[in-house]
Every structure is written in C-alpha cells, then in structure tokens.
Design a protein around this ligand. Sequence first.
Ligand SMILES: [Zn+2]
Length: 677
Amino acid sequence: MKKYKRHLITSALPYANGPLHIGHLAGVYVPSDIYTRYLRMKGEDVISICGSDEHGVPITLKARNEGVSPQEIVDRYHAINLKAFEDFGIAFDIYSRTSNDVHYETASEFFRTLYEKGEFTEKTTEQYYDEEAGCFLADRYIMGTCPHCGNENAYGDQCEKCGTSLSPNDLINPHSTISGSKPVLRETLHWYLPLDRYEPWLRQWILEDHKEWKTNVYGQCKSWIDQGLQPRAVSRDLDWGVPVPVEGAAGKVLYVWFDAPIGYISATKELTPEWEKYWKDPETRMIHFIGKDNIVFHCIIFPAMLRAEGSYILPDNVPANEFLNLENDKISTSRNWAVWLHEYLQDFPGKQDVLRYTLCSNAPETKDNDFTWKDFQARNNNELVAILGNFVNRTLVLTTNYYGGLVPELGVTLENDNEVLKEIGRIRENTSSSLDAFRFREALKEAMNLARLGNKYLADSEPWKVIKTDPVRVKTIMNIALQITANLTVILEPFLPFSMDKLRSWINIGKLPWDEAGRGDLLAPGHKVNAPGLLFEKIEDQEIERQVSRLEASRKANESASSKVMPSKDPVTFDEFTKVDIRTATILEAEKVPKTTKLLKLKIDTGIDVRTIVSGIAEYYDPQSIIGKQISIVANLEPRKIKGIESKGMILMAEDRDGKLVMVTPSEKVGNGSPIK
Ligand SMILES: [Zn+2]
C-alpha cells in the first residue's frame, strides 16, 4: 500500500432536520472515529472533518410545518447533534455547518470556477409554479395522486405508499402544498453537471483502479455506471441555500447535493490555514466515511466535481456501510422508530463505550444488520463485564492484595508465559491489518482477544492457589497479567476510549503510541497501580424492558396513525343537518344498569329539562367519575326503551380505531342547552 504523508478523514454531514440515532452511528461515525483514533495513535498526520448539512427542501418543509424559519430548524439540530457527538466521544477536529459564511464563499467560488471553465450545461425546462405563492415548487412541495397505486397523497418525487419514484409531471391532479392551488408549468433555466461526460473516466478510476473498495461500494458504483450516467441539475428554484453566483440567477440556489460535500472543504478551511495541503497535495490520503445512501454522491458525483475543478485530490477509499435496523424494523425518524443518541446518553450515563462496543460488534459492514436491546445487554454483561472487566478487576485486586499495588518482578518464564507474551504482538498485528482494511468488527473481536487471553492465562495459572505454595512463581504470573492490562489500554483505545481512560488512571500510565503494544515491559517492576473501580456494570433486565416498552409505544402510535379512517358518508343538505338538535348538557347522576356490562343510566340536565339517557359507555367510564361532566347530546332523537328504561336522546361519543369511546365535551364550560351547530 502506498505510504501517504497525511490523512483527511471526512464523515457524512448529518442532515440538520432531526437528531442523530444509532443507525447514523453504526454506519458512519463509530467506524470513522475508531479509524481516526487509530491513525492518531500511529503518529499519523490526520484531521477528521464533519458538520451539519443545513440546506435542502426537507428543512424548508419542516420549518413551514412548524411555522418557524429554516434557520431556527438548523440551529436547533446543529446544537443537539454537536453536543451529542461531543458527549459520545466522537473525535472530530471540527464540526462545522453549511450555513456559515466560509461555506457560502467556498461553495460559490467552487461553482464559479466550474461555470467559468464551461463545465456546466444549461437547460430550460418546464417546472411547476405556484401562482398564488409566487414561487417554483420543489418536488416535495407538490402532491397529487400516484399513477401506480392511486394514493392521493403522493409527493412529486416519490409515492410513499407504493415506493415508486415519481417526477412531478407523473402526478394526477397535482396541487401545491404551500397554497393548495393547482400549479402551472412555467419555464425555468438551470445548470447541469454533465455526468455522462465523466463516464469513461469513472469507469477507469473506480472499476479498474479501485478494485480494493468494499464490494458493496464497488457493486453500487458499477451498477450506476452501467446504467448510464445522466446530466444532473446543480441548481434549483428555492429561497433557502447558497445563491447561484451568476447573473440572472435570482431566486435560484445551489442544489443541496452540490453544496453539501463542498462543506468538507469549507470545514477544513475553518479548521486550518493549511487546508490546501489536505485537499490539493497528492501525498494526502482522503477517506470518506458514509452510509450506503450516500455512495453515489461520494464515489461518482463529488469526484466528478473535484475533477472538473481540477486542483483537488480524489478519495482513496469510501468505506460505506449498509443500514442498521432496530428490532427487525427499518429505523425511521418520522415513525419515531429509533434509538436517539441524546436520549441514550441521558438514559445510560457514562455508558458511551457500551453503545460503541455493541454498534461496532454488530456493524452493518457488508449487509444490513439488526440492533436489539437484548443483544446490547448480552454484549455488555457477557463480554464487557464478564471478560474485559473481570480480567482487569482480578489483576488489579490481586496486585493490590499481594504486593500493595507495586508491579512485581518478572522471574523465570515458562513456555506458556512466553507464548502469551508473543501472542500480544500477534493480536496487535491482526487488529492493525483488520483496521487497515476497514473491517472494524473483525478488528474489535481481535482486540477483545487480548482480554480473553488474559482471562484464560489467569484461569490456567491460578495465582490464587499457587500463592500458597510458590509465591515467587506468582510474581511472574502477575507481572505478565499486568503487562496484558497495559497493552489493553493501547489496543482497545480506538474502540473504548472512555474505559481505557479509566484503566490508564488505575494503572498510572499515559496514552501510549499504537506501536508500543506487543511489549512485555510496559510496566516496570515497582511501578504503583491503584485498586480498581468498576470498568463496566451489569445492565439489569428492567433497564432493557424500559427501552423495549418505549419502542412498543412508538409501534402502537404508528399503528393507530396508519390505521384506516372510515370513509366519508354520503352528503347531506344543510337543511337535513339542521334537523338534528345537538345541545350541551351536564350529567347529574350516573349508575350501572343492573345485569348489563356496557350500559349506564344517566340523569341529565339538558337546559330544556332533566331527563334520562341510557348510554353504552360503562366499559370506558366509571359512573362516579363522570358526575358533573359537561357533554354533547342529540336532544331530539325519538325516545326508545333500553332494558326497560326509557332513554330520551343520545350522548355524542368519539370512537377510536380500537372501538374505545370518548365523550365529546365543549372545550370551555357553556350553559346547558346551548345549541351545537
Ligand atoms: Zn403509489
């Protein structure tokens, strides 16, 4: 492999319209963080870049729905995500944002360079325009009927019911979601990046020169290229984003896919005046960490942009992950089916490493994978507590008990001792080669083998028994166990930085470089170590049950939201409607009708009179609790006998999907007998 002078690590810019969840972490940020920490420990010159992606239509839509400005939306989520990353120990050198000035300048300049070099094509097309609102409509601002499944709420880019990709012209009866009016087609000019021109070059650069890329990444690139690349618009009509910096482009901004990756460059500029050496020197190795939904942007489109500009380097690798599911269901922000990072950090304080460990052990590296709370608990209790925590604890407790915390001399070593000492070096090598190949699960498993090795070594040599017969031998055993402990702080540091910080403080050493791992003399005889605390704690069933029931609540809420609402009844005339006399009334008395389960006999003050109504609500209301409650009734329903009681009228109830009945009560108290119309 080529030896580079420095590394530029980028991590996909999270979209600033929602908080981060475990899918983001497993796909992008945990692996990028592990890799960055590893390179730093190897003494490499490395910078790690990230920030919020703050433009695009979903942000303007969310702002409109909440009645706030897009800036308020991005400010909110930038702050939440910045803090969550910090608290979770993701070691970016900078977490910037695409709404800041440096980015506007950088993105404009990038566009102008390509524009002046003639790298864009221009095309006038017809697009939907909302005459009432006075603006062009982005795809998501147009709704209509899906031509495939008849869903009346399909968007201009996709029908979420049948999943078909659409263009706004496909929709039947399109309407604007801004004004509700029927949009008209109007001509508009846009700039395009002619990706078709780059096809032969991309074919060579990816399919021939980068066969080492992960198979899921390589395969997706190949299929895009084989399908034939099309020119792609780099601008759109929108009032939120980086304005197109040429004349006659009023009301147009850079398309978010064009401006977002330039965010990596802007963030680097913000970080260091020496940004150009990271972006323009072929001695820099650039690596993009992303999820699979971003492969086309980072492997095809952004490289084409960089090549068109001409002065930038290209990524050397793009180790994209597949998706993480949650409890066998796709993670979804809109359905609240997620484990949110900021909530996790609140619910499990001090347990960042448990989540990092679970997400890395289970990372969706080659195919989609599943996160379950049971697995999270098992990884913690059976691996972190039972293997790593247990080994460290036994070693430090025995050292404290036998030697007052002073590292004993290494005496005569036996064959088994020498094997164990050699194995430490092998584990470092194996962990390195897995990390170098972006195989993080394998790397973590290998690194944990060092704790397994230590556990087995103690179990085999039984110092707690030997101490009675051969205390000199125990000094050697404990010396080796302590050397393994010191090596753990190096090899596990990229994966479990919080716990290794703790462990280093117990054994009184600082951070060691990666290449020091493998040595059997990291702790000198006589070096003082401290009695340990708990490295990991058992996670009890009830903590897991609380998380699972929170997800269950989301599932129920989603089911009732998606359940079918009864279709509208046939129209009635206004005259027909006014024949029904609906009034407010107050319940004076309530009792169960004997020998029935559903019926309550109610005495009601209707303002007109006091009367009896029998109502089938006994399953939902306790008689005592509804006395004095104001309700709505149909006052002129013909009286009828129910269980021998004459019922004069009917109480209005709302019936939800499960058949549950809820009283319809005026939002403020009004006089009894007030007509409802
Ligand atoms: Zn459809």
